[in-house]
Design a protein around this ligand. Sequence first.
Ligand code: ADP
Ligand code: MG
Length: 249
Amino acid sequence: DGERRLDKYDIPVEVSGEGAPPPVDDFDKAGLAEAVLRSVVRCGYEKPTPVQRYALPIAKAGRDLMACAQTGSGKTAAFCLPVVSGLVEAGGGGRRDRGSFERRAHPRALILAPTRELAAQIYEEAKKFSSQTGLRVAVAYGGTPIGDQLRDLERGADILVATPGRLVDMVERSRVSLETIKYLVMDEADRMLDMGFEPQIRKIVDRMGMPKRTRQTLLFSATFPPEIQRLASDFMSNYIFITVGRVGS
Ligand code: ADP
Ligand code: MG
């Protein structure tokens, strides 16, 4: 526990934290919903990547997770698949009914990313993995007029992919409520901190209705400096830490 070793595929890994479920060799061993597995097949993914082998069963088991793995290792699916699966199982997703006068969106999953490009990329992936489910995905990033994003949000959103600055703006305009966030993902957390987003991230987490013990938080990063360790202990409870592959510090 907690020490770096080579796994059966000769990948260097470190896993620490109590009761981590073991890695899986196949997508269909991770406990994902049928509809989610169908979208994985549609994407042409045959086998999980190393970080997916470890992260999928841990996240699917409902555990908080801090995961470090290098760029290009498949982290997006590692967090999208368990989140989409959890939402499908909870049911009740989809479009806002037309009788609703509430303009404020109440997403159940929030994925934070540092840049517009990255948010747009995660948004595309999240839509692919939700394509068989009826869940609705929306995106919010700056550098583009807010109006279109707000109109899209009014149709309802189960999953919101956002950059911190634009999201704070929407929350302050009462167009997004964070009361119902069950899943919080922070992607490229190290880059978000480097870009100075810590105050916005803290404001966002403060507005969440569900405390850290009842929501599920997944933190992904290419590196694990002390500032990230602080975020992890502030935002997560009883979390599992994994490092997969060769990563910097
Ligand atoms: P990271 O976020 O770790 O940098 P990405 O999630 O962007 O990596 O994935 C990198 C590339 O690998 C993407 O093109 C993605 O579609 C692809 N990919 C992810 N998982 C798999 C898989 N299991 N099999 C094949 N390709 C995959
Ligand atoms: Mg990524």
